[in-house]
Design a binder for this molecule. Structure first.
Ligand code: NAD
Length: 369
């Protein structure tokens, strides 16, 4: 019997619609092969939603996302909507809003360095070759959501004992928040190489000591088959560029994850190659990590591979279609091995490479499925 999956498509702004079209090509090709039906519901988010409805996240979009089996987002934003006026709507309110509405507390960011692109990184090819890691970042707790305050004019806080300002943010985690993210990491590791590195700062922070205790408790109770290692965040930052290929799954809290995932992204050398998934207890959301690239929008030269790899993640995590997800991965590798490149990943010194546009790249991947 044919399975039906309802996907809410949020193409957004800039290159969003161009790369979303390529993701659909890939989905349509897989539907034929796997006897599934993908039903698309398109909705507005970001700048285009502001233009049309006056808000970056219309109620209709929230309803569409909540009713779907998964949400596939491209990117939002652009100079047209840049404003510092707090009274005006901004495109990124759509992003934060949809994550909140869907209760997404886990961010998964895989970083894989394709052999064919090992020389695109700022690190030496022999260091990044074979990198295939997954960062599991907690998304709704910690410093970014804790109690904060700015105190103006406090005696003793200024220079030489005068009055001045003081500010604080607080890092807070509850056991259940740590437990659920730990489970996501262990589950992900089971589908990978079976290793989790939990990153904290337990030598200094009380929150990290609780983090470590809970992660180990969950591990001992339900995931003894997974190899678990603890690493202090300062060391993790160093090891990520020293021996990145040794990592499988890295799990960490919100702020550390924010920093480490950008550091890890640089291993692959190109923004156009990185996908991400945000998961909660209901509908999940998949998107490339890059923005709407207004500088190249409308020119047909954007790299659609991060968007296509977001589809790969959606198949894996929301639909359990691991075989189809592996097919996408293999198709991308084949296309890259054959030397096909979009401009952002092309290397002028490699004459064997053939530079193509957004639509040709999508066609090439779809044709290898
Ligand atoms: P960006 O990621 O859009 O672009 C940075 C650079 O990378 C640009 O030179 C761009 O051309 C290039 N680039 C990005 N994606 C590419 C792709 N797929 N193929 C080829 N080249 C690509 O970041 P930015 O320029 O800082 O931001 C532009 C807009 O995007 C801003 O309005 C920003 O707020 C928004 N933004 C949105 C998201 C999102 O939707 N999740 C994330 C980041 C930035």
């Amino acid at each position: 019997m044919t399975s039906n999956y309802r996907i809410c498509l949020l193409a957004g702004d800039g290159i969003g619609p161009e790369i979303m079209a390529e993701a659909r090509k890939v989905l349509d090709a897989l539907a034929l092969r796997y006897d599934v039906a993908f039903l698309y519901d398109e909705a507005l988010i970001g700048g285009c939603a502001i233009d049309e409805t006056g808000t970056a996240l219309p109620g209709q979009t929230i309803a569409c996302a909540q009713a779907a089996d998964a949400v596939l987002l491209a990117a939002v934003g652009g100079p047209k909507w840049d404003t510092t006026d707090p009274a005006k709507p901004r495109p990124e309110q759509g992003l934060l809003g949809i994550r909140k509405q869907l209760g997404l507390y886990t961010n998964l960011r895989p970083v894989q360095v394709f052999d064919a692109l090992a020389d695109a990184s700022t690190l030496k090819p022999q260091i990044v070759k074979g990198v295939d890691l997954l960062i599991v970042r907690e998304l709704t707790g910690g410093l970014y959501f804790g109690k904060r305050e700015r105190i103006f004019d406090e005696p003793g806080s200024g220079a030489n004992g005068s009055s001045g300002q003081r500010a604080y943010d607080t890092m807070e985690y509850r056991e259940y928040e740590i437990e659920r993210i730990a489970r996501q990491a262990f589950d992900a590791a089971r589908n990978r190489r079976g290793r989790v590195c939990s990153v904290d700062k337990a030598n200094v922070l009380e929150v990290s000591r609780l983090w470590r205790e809970v992660v180990h408790r969950v591990h001992e109770a339900d995931y003894a088959d997974i190899e678990l290692e603890d690493m202090l965040v300062d060391n993790a930052a160093m090891q990520l560029i020293r021996r990145p290929a040794d990592f499988d799954v890295i799990v960490t809290e919100n702020t550390f994850g924010d920093i480490l995932s950008d550091e890890a992204a640089q291993l692959s050398g190109s923004l156009g190659m990185l996908a991400s998934a945000s998961l909660g207890d209901g509908t999940a959301l998949y998107e490339p990590t890059h923005g709407s690239a207004p500088d190249i929008a409308g020119r047909g030269i954007a790299n659609p591979l991060a968007q296509i790899m977001s589809v790969e993640m959606m198949l894996r995590y929301s639909f359990g279609m691991n075989e189809a997800a592996d097919d996408i991965r293999r198709a991308i590798m084949a296309v890259l091995d054959e030397g096909w490149r979009t401009g952002d990943i092309a290397n002028a010194e490699t004459p064997a490479e053939r530079v193509v546009g957004t639509s040709e790249m999508g066609d090439l991947v779809a044709s290898r499925l």
